[in-house]
Design a protein. Structure first.
Ligand SMILES: [Zn+2]
Length: 306
């Protein structure tokens, strides 16, 4: 005996023998049984979780005297699932914390719920299960949101054009960033940038790509250029003898933008180089010392973009 099955789509004809038909029948029967069992447990659970509903009443009627036992069984099953879920939420939270610290992001204020694995006890009630599930749901939502935030901030950080290119060829530092004795007043003063020795006319390079936002002659900075690199990061190049860019120009990383000079408040030909993050001067060395821990620190000090 053979059954013929016509496959319309491919236009082919297939024949199935009795063994194959039996095989398929067994598979379908198993699927139905599994589905049935799954539905049976799903209905039982619904009834137990929501005893005041119609499903609850139905389940109560079905199991009759066994209600207490069924109830406890279902609560125990749920408790195990809640326990597993809780472990996964904790894992997600610790992953979030680790990512935050690796990305150098500032600690997020509203930390997720208090940790500690909850161990299911013997007499758990449906009410306690409800509240546990509610709190877990809340923590999972918050955790997902935090991870999305971290991901977004990390992406932004990856694309910040950090000023890591040395602005002069011969990077001989004549004065580092920080407190120093001012060469003009002889008093202690904050040096907001880094000074590189050079000869008049030596090229000055953009430390990163960006837009020229200022080209000016300043009484102290002399001929100067400001580049906006985005995300609140600016670099400033001062005391130049010549400037080769205009305000509004887009510049590439490493592009020649000016020439070393001795204009403004300067005691000799040099480049005064500043890195500003949200208007606050940073130690340029942390950016220029490319790669490794130094760059990490520089990235970390930027913190979360606003
Ligand atoms: Zn200086």
């Amino acid at each position: 005996m053979q059954w013929m099955i016509v496959n319309d789509a491919a236009g082919r004809v297939r024949y199935l023998g009795p063994t194959q038909v039996l095989g398929w029948a067994v598979i379908v029967a198993l699927l139905c049984a599994t589905l049935g069992a799954g539905m049976y447990h799903a209905v039982l659970r619904l009834g137990v979780l929501y005893p005041e509903t119609a499903v609850g009443a139905l389940v109560h009627q079905l199991v009759g005297e066994d209600w207490q036992r069924v109830l406890q069984e279902q609560v125990d099953v749920l408790a195990r699932e809640v326990g597993t879920l809780q472990v996964r939420v904790l894992q997600m939270e610790s992953l979030g914390q680790r990512l935050e610290s690796q990305a150098g992001l500032p600690a997020l204020q509203d930390r997720l719920g208090v940790g500690g694995i909850w161990v299911p006890g013997p007499a758990l009630s449906v009410a306690s299960m409800h509240s546990l599930l509610d709190s877990l749901r809340e923590r999972a939502d918050t955790g997902t949101q935090k991870l999305a935030d971290i991901d977004g901030q990390w992406n932004v950080m990856q694309h910040i054009p950090l000023p890591t290119q040395h602005p002069v060829e011969q990077a001989v530092v004549s004065s580092p960033f920080g407190w120093r004795i001012d060469p003009f007043t002889g008093r202690s003063a904050m040096h907001q940038g880094m000074d590189f020795r050079g000869a008049v006319g030596d090229p000055i390079f953009a430390a990163a790509g960006g837009v020229i936002v200022a080209r000016a002659h300043h009484p102290e900075y002399g001929h100067m250029v400001d580049i906006d690199h985005g995300e609140g990061i600016h670099t400033r190049y001062a005391h130049a003898s010549a400037v080769f860019v205009q305000q509004g120009d887009l510049v590439r990383r490493g592009q020649k933008i000016a020439a070393v000079g001795n204009t403004g408040r300067s005691t000799g030909p040099h480049l005064h180089f500043e890195v500003l993050v949200d208007g606050a001067a940073q130690d340029p060395e942390r950016f220029l010392a490319q790669g490794g821990a130094a760059l990490q620190t520089a990235v970390a000090s930027i913190g979360a973009p606003k």
